[in-house]
Design a protein around this ligand. Sequence first.
Ligand code: SIN
Length: 526
Amino acid sequence: MNQQPECRTGDVLVIGCGIAGGTAAIKLADAGLKVMVLAHGQNINESNTFYAQGGIIYRGENDSIECLSNDLFHAGAKLNYPAAVRIFAEQGPQLVVDFLVKRIGVEFDRDATGNLECIKEAAHSSARIVHATDITGKAIQSSLGIQLLKHPNIDILSNHTAIDLLTPAHHSLDRLAVYESNSCIGAYALDNENNEVIRCIAKKVVLATGGLGQIFLNTSNPAGARGDGLAMANRSGARIVNSEYIQFHPTTFYHKHAPRFLISEAVRGAGATLINENGEAFMEKYSQKWKDLAPRDVVARSIHTEMIRLSTPNVYLDLSSYISSAKIEKKFPSIFANCIKYGIDIRKTPVPVTPAAHYNCGGVLVDEWGSTTIQNLYVVGEVACTGLHGANRLGSSSLLEGLVWGARAAENIAQSIPGDEIPASNKIPRWQALGHEQPDPVLISQDMDSIRNIMWNYVGLVRTTVRLERAVRELRHLESEIERFYRVSSLTDELIGLRNAIRTASVVTTAAQQNKVSLGCHYRES
Ligand code: SIN
């Protein structure tokens, strides 16, 4: 690989190293390709995957491809793309064993006979979720991180923020490139350590930057989930679909001084029950058949209705009446420890919970191989829309989707990558700094707060025409301010994130405004 500091090259550039990007990178490197991986954090394990608690879909007893497919269609309100559902149900469970267990050595919990222990979660008709207590994502990410760091074919650029995808139609010095079909040959990225922008140039690019929960006031997502990838793909002209389907997790910890960390669905899977301020179990009223294990959109809206009815900022999840203290400590050690930090002992008292933005069921439209409407650009993981989730995602499907499409994108790239030279870097200009003023952190945090409040109040769990129209107008104004701010300032990670957050918020809001039909997690009162 050419290692000039300002221009890095490789066969493939992978942006992001959670389960989707990490799987793609390892499989590509195993196939003998030279892979550059851009990691946002200094620590490459800082990804959405790291924070996933519940688990990953595997294969339950008496389970079948049809049974899993039906559960996906039921949760997704039948808006799911059947071809994606088939691939996922046919290939996913085997990849858990072949890649996660055998190739990278993830240690999932096992039963007394040594088999992978499968548990049940909401809206699953079979106990088919494998896990590593309540830190499954951490177990997967740690194993991925070890393999990524030691692979001789992988060059990791940590603490780098991708700024924009490199598309010759937009960036080439050759002005005639505008007549070629839109293709991607890399990305500009900010090296946060020395504040320099580099060009990363490759034959193929895999975008795997994760989600966007941070554009909402309340979210289960970590700080990096600002919609960076969605915004970059949007600016490059990629087709984006289903962005109105933002899934709100029903149960995140509610405490004035705590971030909204997740109280996994696995807790309800183990028997915990939702109760309101008056101590009444209420889910049967909203879903006679599934009760507390109804699909997430149903549970989240039921909680919302109870909170409004009783004018309370939260409801409660009662574990202690249904699950023994010993089991709580054994199965949910991290949830237990997190709640204790804020004075709630879940072995004795119900835990206060509230819904929060959790997952984008839409994203950059991709085919069965993760390939997009832009040549040589693949998108995998949460930033992609394979169509698997339809209008609402089935719990514990996201890690597996990232695994399946990460692996498939790698397979497709390895088969199709041209043997010839990496695209010529002299056709793409070095980064031209736009402005030089140090960006005011007060403006950045105020703008970010404005985006989060608009999205939470107007584009949240329950939407109306008037709220959505107001959101479109306010975001439009904010975006023109932020764009101006971006152009006069020197680049920082926070400023890049702010620009991406406002673009992503606009994409989500426009999609929500244009879709007049309530379905799954896009719910309109008018
Ligand atoms: C959870 O554990 O409830 C979240 C897992 C997921 O979103 O799939």
